[in-house]
Design a binder for this molecule. Structure first.
Ligand SMILES: Nc1nc2c(ncn2[C@@H]2O[C@H](COP(=O)(O)OP(=O)(O)O)[C@@H](O)[C@H]2O)c(=O)[nH]1
Ligand SMILES: [Mg+2]
Length: 170
């Protein structure tokens, strides 16, 4: 992922929201990007204002969790389903950084069934918008292909179970 962003010249940092990281790490990343703008404002004698940043992304990827980490409290509501964040609120991370949590966004039409399946699987789409049987079969097929060992451990399956030809999924 870091390579992908580097290849399009997009500053990026990978974080695990479950372990500690703070506003300074983020500000270290943002400040060089805004350097010219901040210098212009200072030259005009404007007093320095906090940087305001918003979270953008598909539902249920951890936006609110990252923001809570940055404000060091549970200000933004978190949940393992899409649509937990409703409305919008500015959160104070430090004197230098304010953050806006937003509900996730999805584009109006998915390019393929594969993309729709993956979004459903990661919990980005509301459960009543798809058939959970179809998505479960899709997941089973996918995991059988990409991580059979993990699948066997998690569901206590044998090799024979995995090679069982019952799956027709689309
Ligand atoms: N393991 C792990 N789980 C996370 C991480 N960030 C968020 N989660 C979990 O993912 C789910 C969705 O998080 P949330 O912040 O509500 O996502 P949002 O819809 O993008 O705001 C919650 O159950 C979080 O506890 C992370 O970095 N690691
Ligand atoms: Mg949220």
């Amino acid at each position: 992922m870091a390579k992908l962003f580097a290849s399009i010249n997009q500053p990026a940092m990978a974080v695990d929201a479950k372990t500690k990281f703070g506003p300074n790490a983020v500000l270290d990343k943002i400040n060089p990007i805004l350097k010219d703008k901040l210098a212009r404002e200072e030259a005009k004698g404007m007093k320095s204002r906090p940087i305001r940043a918003i979270s953008v992304g598909v539902p249920n990827v951890g936006k609110s969790t990252v923001l809570n980490r940055l404000v060091n409290r549970r200000a933004a509501q978190v949940g393992n389903r899409p649509g937990v964040t409703k409305g919008q609120q500015w959160l104070k991370s430090s004197d230098k950084l304010e953050l806006l949590d937003t509900p996730g966004i999805l584009w109006p039409k998915f390019q393929s069934q594969e993309i729709a399946n993956k979004l459903a699987l990661t919990g980005a789409i509301k459960e009543n918008a798809y058939s959970s049987d179809d998505i479960a079969l899709y997941a089973l097929g996918k995991f059988r292909e990409t991580m059979p060992a993990g699948l066997m451990t998690r569901y206590r399956l044998t090799e024979a179970d995995l090679s069982y030809q019952m799956l027709t999924y689309y």
